[in-house]
Every structure is written in C-alpha cells, then in structure tokens.
Design a protein around this ligand. Structure first.
Ligand code: PMP
Length: 424
C-alpha cells in the first residue's frame, strides 16, 4: 500500500511536531510493517476504516476493548442515555453499586469491586492491596508477562530506576519448579503472586495455563498467606463469563479487569474476595474519572449481553473456523505457520522466521486485502464478526500465503525487528 501521499502520512508528519516520537504506547505502528496505517477515521461492528478510507476486518479489536462490535447500538444507547443524565459528578451514581453487585454475582471469587479506568490502575491497586494485606513486600510474577505501563511493571527501562522493581522475583510461566524456587527465595516476605490467565506474551507462541502451575500458585499463597492475583485485563469475558481460571477450578483472591468491560468505554476494575476486603478499604486509591456513570451504564449493558446471548460460543466457533481454516491453507501452501493460544485470542507466527520477515510480508498482504492482522501480538475475535467475514479472511489468507511464497526467497531482513534476536 502506497502511503507516500496519504492522509495518514500527513497526520504522521503533523504528529511528529507535537507528539513525542509522533506516537506513544501500544498503538504505535513503529514495530509494524511500513504500510500499516497509524490513524483511523471510524469503525462499525467488526470493521475499521483508516483515515484514507480503506476498510478492514479488524482482528485487533482496539487491542481488546471491542467485544460486541464497534458502536454497539444497545451498549452505546445506554452510554449516551447516562451521559445526558450525569456522568462525571461530585459523587458516584447508583450505577456504581449496581455494577459492583452484578459483577460480584457474575465472578465466582469476587465479593467486592473497585472501579477505575485502565488495566494498570487495577493491577497497581492489586499490588498495593496485597502489600497492605500481608504487610510484606515481595511479589512474584512471570518473565515477559505484561501487567501495565507503570514503573513497577513496565517492560521498558526508560524513565524507571532500579528500585521501581525492587522486591520482585520473576519466574517462568507454567514452570512449577521455577515458581516454587521463587517462593523459596521470597521466604517469609511473599505478598502476592501475579498470574496471567494464560501465557499471552508478545513475539512468542501462546500457551494455556498448566493446571499444576495454577494449583501450585494457589497452594503457595494458601501456605504463606500471600494473595493470588489473576490479571484478567486482556482475557476477561473472552474465554469465560466468569474469571477464565474458573474453567480450571483455581480461584484467586484478586482479579484485575479492563479492556472490554464496557465494550470500549473507559472502565476497568479490581475484584476481590472477603479476605482482602479490609486491606482494600485501607489503601487510598482514586482518580478524577473513576466514578463516571456513563461507562458504568455501558458495562451493565455489556454484562447483560454477556449473560443473555451466545456471544461466547460464537467467539469460540468463529475462532475455530479461523484457526482451522488458516492452518489448512498454510499447510496446503507448504508453509510452517502456527496459530497459538485460545482461538478467541489467537497469535500467528511462521516457522523459521527469527526477524518476522515472513510474518511482516504475510500481514501486509492481508492488509492490502482488507484484513487487519498483527504479526507478533495476540488478536481478538469479536461477536460482530460473521462466518462470511471469517471466510473472506480465509480467502485473503490463501492469496497472501501464495504471495508470501512468491516473495519468500527475496525477502529482506526486517531491520526494526533485529532486537528480536535477543528475545526469542
Ligand atoms: N494487564 C494485561 C494482561 C494487559 O494486557 C494490559 C494492557 N494490554 C494491562 C494489564 C494494562 O492495561 P491498560 O493498558 O488499560 O493500563
């Protein structure tokens, strides 16, 4: 796609003057193929339009928030209705209590809820509450697992100092021995174990949680009095109508949620069990916009749809259709191609592709055919996708695999991904 004279290019040039680096954070396209658009104009259902008018079937779903479709009529009507009544006020509305009642009824381990805005608010609050509850300092978390952009958990060192990450021990996800060793190292100072609901790190294959690992995390916390925290920010509502670990029968003490909680409206939350209630009431935690009523109205509607529709079964069926169809077509093309993780949140990687040159080429080919996929981050299915959308994506995939095969012998190294040599 030629973006040389595009509106996207013009916006990037303007952004370069007034936004540091031209763009910040996880939605920067700095680590995507050069033809990926940075700026978008509108979205509807499962589709997204860039500023130059190109339409895409969007497998990123805003990096998670889009669960029921962009601009969902019932959810957005509830949001707009509440906006006209009252949103950011001097105190919360009745909706905050109702939302806490409904979410604690929905999620098995939860007895209380605190609402906030971003996933990082919820994970950082979980950290403080665990330390207050135990009066201890040390936490265990898995190497490579993302829990937000705060200094205590950011994966990027710029702007942080060593003490930001003091009292943390890293273990390997799904590795029971390494979890036990970390607990041994923490000794009598263990405050919490953070766990991702499944291994959904960037750049590498995803893995379901190993039951023995999840159970060991629970056992260590029970034995030591530490709190078990499951970070459901990314996976919430896509794998289960309850916390995703309820499928393997392991309940945490705290769980952090965000992303699709209000189908794209700004809301996140921390759920907790009675055990952590006192500490949660002692830690001072707040934000100017944490009590907004309109996103809470949207979340009530999102939760109603989650309870009353077959969206979850549809996500699974659509995800299976996509994953099976892709594997079949890649195999037919003679390409080693892996779809990993739960099918509702798949990640695609090619075999023998250390700097992602195959992944970049194939993703660009998909983009040119109106399908927005990501070459190294997990994607998200949304309930507004149809079987016909998936079949269209598979058709595009077949043509893109063929295009990749043609280009493969002459593909140049992807210079911007050369750092991966040390990561993968
Ligand atoms: N935890 C997980 C597992 C996440 O995926 C994310 C966001 N990608 C966060 C926490 C942080 O959420 P936010 O960006 O809303 O602060």
């Amino acid at each position: 796609m030629d973006r040389a004279n595009s509106l996207d290019r013009a916006l990037r040039d303007r952004a370069a003057a007034v936004i540091p680096g031209g763009m910040f954070g996880h939605q920067s396209v700095a680590l995507l193929p050069d033809d990926y658009p940075q700026f978008f104009a509108k979205a509807e259902g499962a589709h997204l339009w860039d500023v130059d008018g190109n339409r895409y079937l969007d497998f990123m779903c805003a990096y998670g928030p889009n669960l029921f479709g962009y601009g969902h009529p019932e959810i957005d009507a509830a949001y707009v209705r509440q906006l006209s009544v009252g949103d950011t006020l001097t105190g919360p509305t009745e909706l905050m209590v109702r939302l806490a009642e409904e979410w604690t009824a929905q999620v098995t381990h939860a007895d209380w809820a605190i609402f906030c805005k971003n996933g990082t608010d919820a994970t950082s609050m979980a950290l403080s509450i665990a330390r207050q509850h135990t009066k201890r300092k040390t936490i265990i978390r898995a190497k490579g697992a993302y829990h937000g952009a705060a200094a205590w958990c950011s994966g990027r060192p710029a702007g942080t100092i060593e003490t930001d990450k003091a009292f943390q021990i890293l273990c390997d996800y799904n590795d029971v021995a390494s979890l036990e060793a970390a607990a041994g190292e923490a000794g009598d100072d263990l405050a919490a174990i953070f766990a991702a609901p499944f291994k959904h790190d960037a750049f590498v294959d995803q893995h379901e949680p190993d039951l023995a690992y999840a159970q060991m995390a629970r056992q260590i916390c029970d034995r030591t009095g530490a709190l078990l925290i499951v970070d459901e920010v990314r996976a919430g509502l896509r794998l289960s109508r309850d916390l995703s670990w309820s499928r393997i029968g392991v309940q945490p003490d705290l769980s952090s949620w965000g992303k699709c909680l209000a189908n794209g409206h700004p809301l996140s939350m921390l759920l907790g069990s009675d055990k952590a209630r006192k500490a949660a009431s002692q830690v001072y935690t707040t934000g100017s916009f944490w009590y907004q009523a309109a996103p809470m109205a949207a979340s009530l509607e999102t939760l109603r749809l989650a309870r009353d529709t077959d969206y979850l079964e549809r996500l699974q069926a659509l995800g299976d259709r996509l994953a099976d169809g892709l594997k079949e077509r890649a195999q037919a093309a003679g390409l080693g191609f892996r779809v990993s993780g739960p099918v509702q949140m798949p990640l695609f990687l090619f075999d023998d592709d250390p700097d992602l040159r195959k992944g970049f080429c194939w993703s660009s080919e998909m983009l040119a055919r109106g399908i927005y996929v990501h070459p190294w981050h997990n994607m998200f299915m949304c309930a507004a996708m149809t079987e016909a959308d998936i079949d269209g994506a598979l058709e595009a995939a077949e043509a893109s695999f063929a295009a990749l095969k043609r280009q493969a012998p002459s593909l140049a190294p992807v210079a911007k991904m050369s750092f991966l040599a040390g990561v993968r």
